[in-house]
Design a protein around this ligand. Sequence first.
Ligand code: PBG
Length: 327
Amino acid sequence: MNLTKRPRRLRGGEVLRKMVRETRIDKSALIYPAFVAEGLREPEEIGAMPGQYRHSADSLLRLAESMLESGVDKMMLFGIPREKDALGSGAYCSHGVVQEALRALKTHFPELYLIGDVCMCEYTSHGHCGVLHGREVDNDATLDYLARIALSQREAGADMVAPSDMMDGHVAALRACLDEHGYADTPIMSYAVKYASSFYGPFREAAGSAPAFGDRRSYQMDVHNVREAVKEASLDVEEGADLVMVKPAMAFGDVITRVKDSVLVPVAAYSVSGEYAMVKAAAAAGFIDEERIVCELAASAFRAGADIYLTYYAKELAGFITEGRIG
Ligand code: PBG
């Protein structure tokens, strides 16, 4: 055999494989999404997401401590209010569940970087991501509410805000409001490219946020589209988004790549609740190797172009990085 080119040469051992690796994963790129519920005494495990909890005020602090110990120093917060109403008033109340959680976390763990998810669906009685006009979400009327949510989260201690509502003009509305109140330095990470995905099912169970009627397809993106992702991301960057997100991550690698090639801001990918649920269920059934799948999914998101990875497996991944199993 006169083969001069043998790609296998670079696969000959772990040291060599690691040296020529094209994608490196660092703990600093991980964000852990957490749920905090108002009035809970004990954390409640989320049915479809074994190992993930609706946290009480106390258990959230313990969780934050364990995150920091594992090397994950960024958390995104979702709140579950005791009462929901048509205008989602719990979302922008200065003593709302997320605002209180932000305050407590900042006080106890100043080194923890806190991101507030800005949306209305966990707080509205109808489960939609904005205020309604008849049976439709009123885009423009919703913008004021979103801005109030972002401001209240910032005032309570959020270091960054992340609008996940998919309303047109949301980033501009948040930017104007934050600037006006002296928060010109607070970054906005926009869920610019958020698909109307069935992968969010377990999250909606966790937050009790499934729409009471209809669905989210009039504001979240059609899964068949990718050029539209470039349009959404570009618009949000023009409006002042400092980072953009693609969501879900698994099954949307092509979208991550396209967005990364099209905008000049960092790109985050969110491995959502349904991805976690699928891995957990298959692992519990003994069908897959959980650790290896988790590492493979993370590598695929970064390989596709993600700079930042939001995942319910953040702590486990940080552990795998420490142990040198991935990185
Ligand atoms: C709120 C929001 C959702 C998720 C993040 N922010 C739910 C939705 O749009 O229905 C999903 C996260 C996940 O599934 O892990 N709008």
